[in-house]
Write a protein that binds this ligand. Structure first.
Ligand SMILES: Cc1cc2nc3c(=O)[nH]c(=O)nc-3n(C[C@H](O)[C@H](O)[C@H](O)COP(=O)(O)OP(=O)(O)OC[C@H]3O[C@@H](n4cnc5c(N)ncnc54)[C@H](O)[C@@H]3O)c2cc1C
Length: 260
């Protein structure tokens, strides 16, 4: 089967996507284009059979589909989080690709459609981290005794569990409601879910490390891995601050816009 990777981010940064597209596509005719450029932080790059790539066709951002070929070189990136995601740098050295977006269709907007789905994916990863963190905390705190009683019997531990469980339930509802419009993801709710997902995952993973104590800091232990992965949720698919700006903008517009 096919494995896809989505190459949007470039060396200049992933926040201001439009300003940082340096990958160029030269038309060859018959719907084919030759791509020159580089993409950074491409998930699945190490395993991909096909790449969906944002590049400039003339001055217009467009999406291209490139099958893996000798003129595409993939270099692994040694990141602290998402180490199983095959994240890499992808170099297009004259790769022959087909155009996905019609002339006149903005490739950045089209790419953002994929990103909204990705944001819900990241929020769902946060749900998984929260679930496992609760298990780790309960298992560790129920088997440890301090000052004559189980760690689990201390309110400081119980409230950590309650906080993670409550936020996890709220996030799950938000993810479901972002998908309520049939096949279309609600972009505002997807942004909210990713922001809250980053916060939840960090809180949950950090609590697991804390309750395990010094053992929680062991390199390549489960809790510290959750923490490294949780931090990616804050950054990947659009950094938290950018999404906060977007959510604030939409919220302010709803209030001021309704006053005409
Ligand atoms: C594990 C992983 C997988 C990824 N997978 C993919 C992929 O498959 N395809 C792809 O195209 N990209 C991918 N990315 C890239 C990701 O989308 C970018 O990392 C993200 O958009 C942020 O861009 P940047 O890292 O270049 O940060 P920059 O754009 O350099 O920004 C740096 C920091 O500036 C801060 N910042 C930015 N804007 C504001 C603001 N308005 N106000 C205040 N602070 C701000 C944020 O804290 C941000 O983290 C991946 C990244 C990671 C870490």
């Amino acid at each position: 089967g096919r494995v896809y990777a989505l190459g949007i981010t470039e060396a200049g940064g992933g926040t201001d996507v439009r300003a940082n597209i340096a990958t160029r596509a030269e038309e060859l005719g018959g719907g084919s284009y030759r791509l020159e450029g580089m993409k950074y932080f491409t998930s699945n790059a190490l395993y991909a059979s096909h790449f969906v790539v944002l590049a400039l066709a003339g001055e217009e951002p467009a999406l291209f589909l490139c099958e893996k070929q000798p003129r595409i070189r993939v270099e692994p990136l040694d990141l602290s989080g998402f180490r199983g995601s095959g994240v890499g740098k992808v170099v297009f050295d004259g790769a022959v690709c087909e155009r996905l977006t019609e002339p006149g269709v903005d490739g950045v907007r089209a790419a953002l459609g994929y990103i909204n789905v990705g944001r819900l994916g990241y929020a769902s990863l946060a749900l998984g981290i929260a679930d496992r963190a609760i298990e780790v905390i309960v298992e560790a705190a129920s088997s440890k005794r301090v000052f004559g009683k189980r760690l689990l019997d201390y309110q400081g531990v119980q409230w950590r569990i309650a906080s993670i469980a409550a936020r996890r339930a709220a996030l799950e509802s938000l993810v479901v409601s972002a998908l309520a419009g049939g096949g279309r993801v609600d972009p505002e709710k997807a942004a909210m879910a990713k922001v809250l997902g980053g916060e939840l995952a960090l809180e949950a993973a950090w609590s697991a490390v804390q309750i395990l104590g010094g053992r929680g800091l062991a390199m390549w232990g489960e809790a510290e891995r959750m923490y490294r992965d949780a931090k990616v949720i804050d950054i990947g698919e659009g950094a938290k601050e950018v999404l906060m700006d977007y959510i604030a903008g939409r919220t302010v517009k709803k209030v001021l816009g309704s006053r005409g």
